[in-house]
Design a protein around this ligand. Structure first.
Ligand code: CA
Ligand code: CA
Ligand code: CA
Length: 486
């Protein structure tokens, strides 16, 4: 009966999406393929385990990387992997998880290091840590996936008095011009100095890859670029008027309530001279900047920023159009969804939505529907564009999934190469991962995607806010403990 009800519910949702929207509109069908069980599933990432270009007739292979954490002290956390998840994607209850590591406290986003970094495939990168007592985080490399993985090598600096946590995946950029790719990442520190209230510090940092043996060498030298971003930073090449492109790093701030871009005036984009580092503010309205990616949202041929601000009462999904010169231009904002709110009375420290990813079909002819993790509002949504007109920024928000708890870090890809898109939606509060399939009904063509291999989309939401409440309880206990021993 439950399955019948769910099927009917999905059918009605699909009919509603198709009927209520005008013609010439993307029409996305979807169905839930099933679920598989994982304790407290958190961030999901879909990766291609090789960077070799895929030929038209080659087999598509995707691996799923998944983190699972429990804020409670002493509980062991896990990093899981599923090699070639396409083999069992139609029967999710048959998906078998392989343990990659249980060495980390509070593992967050898990990624695969591009093969170009170490001339070696199968290097998993784990970012970890959040709130006390699980705030001794790291950026770690684990070679050997899939198969017998090695011991983690912690590249994020030697132990120090100030403990740092790392949330979103490290990005690989040569920051000092020595032809070795360095790890660029935002980091977060929970500052607890009783009797002062807890405070938070964020900064953008890069870890310098050593001249030799990087994959075997711990404690790479850290270089701080700016203070501010706590959880996410995104290097990207952006245009400057009349002079081509320049490397920039987008820096959303959750606690800082702003969105900035940072660059170096060095003409070769070498970041070692800190006097040449500049920033520009894209927005500073006090909202909690939570998720960000660069993608052409309105299908006008130019990339935009797809941004999520998290809130207890009015979370938003926004698009910023990138100006011709990112250093001096105005970033035009379009709010494409708003009013996300955390249900119930106990909303303090929680936030919604979590993360936004466009569902891009192989044909890629129309504006993409956007999949949203509701995070603390316990849902997932679709934002369906009202038309394919690039100047029309209106969307219809449709519920996709109703869960009993936090909805975590979503990811999507055409996992089995048939033109439909599969999405992985971790339901942290249910101890389950939901698998959905999306089909572009107005297209009908089923083609294999081409293009460069590598990591697919952004994967893994933050849902920092959701954790704060739990963690504040832990912190209160921690404070009491500190007070009691001093
Ligand atoms: Ca370098
Ligand atoms: Ca655009
Ligand atoms: Ca597919």
């Amino acid at each position: 009966m439950f399955v019948m009800f769910r099927t009917l519910q999905h059918l009605l949702s699909f009919i509603a999406i198709c009927i209520l929207l005008p013609l010439h509109t993307s029409c996305v069908d979807y169905r839930e393929l099933g679920t598989f069980n994982v304790d407290v599933p958190a961030f999901s990432t879909l990766v291609r385990p090789t960077v070799e270009p895929l030929s038209a007739d080659s087999d598509e292979v995707y691996d799923l990387l998944l983190s699972a954490f429990n804020p409670q002290p002493g509980v062991v956390d896990h990093v899981w992997g599923v090699h070639d998840i396409g083999r069992t994607i139609n029967e999710p209850d048959k998906i078998q998880l392989t343990l990659i590591s249980d060495d980390f406290v509070w593992p967050n986003e898990v990624s695969l290091v591009p093969e170009t970094v170490f001339a070696e495939s199968g290097v998993v990168c784990v970012c970890s840590g959040r709130f006390p007592p699980k705030n001794n985080g790291s950026v770690a490399l684990i070679p050997g996936w899939p198969g017998n993985v090695g011991e983690p090598v912690l590249i994020s600096g030697a132990s120090q008095r100030q403990l740092w946590s790392y949330t979103r995946a490290a990005q690989w950029v040569d920051m000092n011009g020595d032809n070795l790719l360095d790890a660029v990442v935002a980091r977060f520190s929970f500052v607890l100095i009783p009797p002062n209230p807890p405070s938070f510090q964020g900064e953008l940092v890069w870890f310098e890859q050593p001249q030799s043996g990087g994959l075997q060498t711990p404690d790479w030298s850290p270089h701080v670029v700016i203070q501010g971003p706590e959880f996410l930073s995104l290097p990207v090449r952006l245009t400057i008027a009349g002079a081509g492109e320049k490397l920039a790093i987008l820096c959303p701030e959750y606690f800082g309530g702003k969105l900035r871009v940072v660059w170096t005036e060095d003409p070769g984009d070498i970041w070692t001279d800190t006097t040449l580092i500049r920033t520009a503010t894209i927005e500073e309205d006090g909202e909690r900047y939570f998720d960000l990616q660069v993608t052409d949202v309105n299908k006008d041929g130019k990339d935009d920023l797809l941004v999520v601000t998290s809130s207890e009462t009015n979370g938003t999904v926004r698009v910023y159009e990138i100006p011709d010169d990112f250093r001096t231009g105005t970033w035009e904002r379009h709010t494409i969804a708003s009013g996300f709110s955390v249900p119930g009375n106990m909303t303090q420290g929680k936030g919604t939505p979590g993360m936004a990813i466009p569902l891009r079909f192989a044909s890629d002819l129309k504006k993409p529907t956007i999949l949203i993790s509701g995070d603390d509002d316990r849902h997932a949504y679709l934002l369906v564009p009202s038309s394919d007109d690039p100047a029309d920024w209106s969307y219809d928000k449709r519920p996709l999934l109703s869960s009993t708890g936090i909805v975590g870090g979503i990811s999507s890809a055409d996992i089995d190469g048939d033109g439909s898109i599969e999405a992985i939606i971790p339901a942290y509060g249910e101890d389950k991962v939901h698998v959905f399939r999306f089909t572009d009904e107005t297209d009908g063509s089923v083609t294999k995607p081409t293009g460069p291999a590598g990591q697919v989309g952004l994967a893994g939401a933050l849902w920092v806010a959701s954790s704060i409440k739990t963690c504040l309880c832990v912190c209160v206990c921690f404070c009491m403990f500190v007070v009691s021993i001093t």
